[in-house]
Design a protein around this ligand. Structure first.
Ligand code: COA
Length: 274
């Protein structure tokens, strides 16, 4: 296992997985400016690290993250426009631009409290696996503020119209099982199984071509707002780009293995990695 050292996050690399952990358990992993600065740096390095195949984002202690740090991120910066601008830029870069566009699969492992601003990195990850008893909440209405940053946007991307208005306007908390039912997370599992389930999913992803996974997520994330004609062109261009990017030549080996060698059924198992 190798470690990278930061003030507010832990980064460990083990068996192809980069475990990135919000590490302010005494503050329920609230996102301070320093968390954002640390995350920008770590994600930049991990994205090009050849030892990293999958990134898992989680929290230390009993919280994934209690959202934006109301003191360090908001109140303390109200009269410091330069510091405030730097913090806002960093949080915006890490939690959406860097994480959503990370070139390898990303999994949010929701181990506990997940409130407000924490919904953004949650949704930016490709997968979110939650403990059934994790606690989610859009508590902003209780603070007299809006689900800001991109929270309202990511909620409208994942939860349906009725559920998003219900939880945003009442601020009522909900558990991991409900989060799965309403589409906010991919699935929920008993807490005792959480880590094993995440490792199992990561291992499954690591059997597939990294280039194909990257092109797949980039495509899914970008076609949603395109017209059918634009989407068709984009997907076609991505497919051609993939032939160029995929040094393992997965497509050709897949065709050969299935059609000529009758070696396997790609409907069930991936082409063996080169
Ligand atoms: N910003 C700043 N500090 C926070 C925080 C946040 N979002 N969430 C928790 N903390 C701090 C608390 O102030 C407390 O600090 P202290 O020990 O110096 O007093 C510490 O973390 C522990 O919080 P506490 O409330 O005692 O823990 P708990 O386990 O009883 O409850 C929560 C956990 C997450 C339910 C509760 O802290 C909470 O409701 N936090 C606010 C969540 C929220 O509304 N986030 C959206 C922000 S937009």
């Amino acid at each position: 296992m190798t470690e990278m050292t930061y003030k507010t996050i832990l980064v460990n690399k083990e068996n192809g997985i980069a475990w990135v952990t919000f590490n302010r358990p005494d503050k329920r992993n609230a996102i301070s400016p320093q968390v954002a600065f640390d995350m920008v740096d770590a994600l930049t390095k991990l994205d090009t690290d050849p030892d990293v195949r999958v990134l898992v984002l989680t929290g230390a202690g009993d919280a994934f993250s209690a959202g934006m740090d109301l003191k360090l991120f908001f109140r303390d910066l109200d009269d410091k426009p330069v510091e405030q601008a730097a913090a806002r830029e960093a949080v915006r870069r890490y939690e959406w631009y860097k994480l959503s566009n990370f070139s390898k699969p990303t999994i949010a492992m929701v181990n506990g409290y997940c409130f407000g601003g924490a919904f953004i990195p949650l949704v930016a990850c490709d997968f979110a696996i939650a403990a059934e008893d994790a606690t989610f909440g859009l508590s902003e209405v209780n603070w007299g503020i809006l689900p800001g940053g991109l929270v309202s946007k990511v909620v409208s991307m994942t939860m349906n119209y009725r559920q998003s208005l219900y939880y945003a306007m009442t601020g009522r908390p909900f558990d991991g099982k409900t989060a799965a039912d309403i589409g906010l997370v991919t699935y929920a599992v008993p807490r005792a199984r959480l880590r094993d389930e995440v490792v199992e999913l990561a291992a499954d992803l690591m059997t597939k071509s990294p280039a194909v996974l990257r092109a797949t997520k980039e495509t899914l994330k970008h076609v949603a707002l395109l017209s059918p004609d634009e989407a068709y062109e984009y997907i076609q261009a991505k497919s051609e780009q993939l032939r160029f990017r995929d040094a393992e030549n997965t497509r050709a080996r897949g065709m050969k293995g299935f059609l000529d060698e009758k070696a396997y059924k790609p409907g069930f198992t991936p082409v063996k990695r080169a």
